[in-house]
Design a protein around this ligand. Structure first.
Ligand SMILES: [Zn+2]
Ligand SMILES: [Zn+2]
Length: 224
């Protein structure tokens, strides 16, 4: 575990997985022991051990988007945990071709095909783990179906927003304009909101508002 924290009744462990050091998050309701696994770029033994040690029932595997570094462990995680898989509907096609694009992105990398999702997500949907709800925010740009997951004072931002950066838009389905609009939408969250990104260290909305040049560009574009 790279980090552990609690926010209200939600506990969150961060694991760094796979060749691109993706942040995979295990989040659970401390009262009811129900969990979600966000972005299993690889289903590592540390992850399996962490889930077992906390005696968690993983309800959902949530992919913030289709790229292999967030989804290559879908198959192993689903088989081990029996959890349902969910992704935004606009990243379904990308998920279906994920194992093929992975091989072209990193030759020699052998990534198993993802299982079919059990649920296709849309903006505003709620995903429930025990007594906790995560709200789906559609934040396209890095991919057509990129989502962020919001719970009160915390957001899992996938590859949309990083500490000091943003996700690239030169991959299939990437869209810079859409990314700028997504950043502007994220900036409507309160400054104290903790941002847990798909790569790199955590940050806050307030910090990115002031220091992230891409956020500055997005907000300037909105102001015209
Ligand atoms: Zn990505
Ligand atoms: Zn990524």
């Amino acid at each position: 575990v790279s980090s552990h924290r609690t926010i209200g009744r939600l506990a969150i462990d961060r694991f760094s997985v796979g060749p691109l050091e993706t942040n995979c998050y295990l989040a659970w309701d401390q009262q009811l022991r129900s969990a979600v696994l966000i972005d299993p770029g690889s289903f590592t033994s540390q992850l399996a051990d962490g889930i077992a040690a906390e005696a968690l029932e993983v309800e959902w595997i949530l992919d913030t988007h289709c790229h292999f570094d967030h989804t290559a462990g879908n198959s192993a995680a689903k088989e081990a945990l029996g959890a349902r898989l969910a992704i935004h509907e606009l990243d379904l096609a990308g998920l279906e071709g994920m194992h093929i694009s992975a091989a072209s992105f990193m030759p020699g990398l052998d990534v198993p095909e993802s299982p079919n999702p059990d649920r296709l997500l849309k903006d505003g949907d709620a995903v429930t783990l025990g007594g906790v709800e995560l709200t789906v925010m559609h934040t396209p740009g890095h991919s057509p179906g990129s989502i962020s997951l919001v719970r009160e004072s915390v957001i899992f931002s996938g590859d949309t927003l990083f500490s000091g950066g943003v996700g690239r838009t030169d991959l299939t389905g990437g869209d810079w304009e859409a990314l700028m609009q997504s950043l502007a939408a994220l900036m409507r969250l309160p400054d104290e909101t903790l941002v847990l990104p798909g790569h790199g260290p955590e940050t806050t909305i307030g910090r990115e508002r002031v220091t992230n040049p891409f956020v500055g560009e997005a907000l300037a574009a909105i102001r015209g």
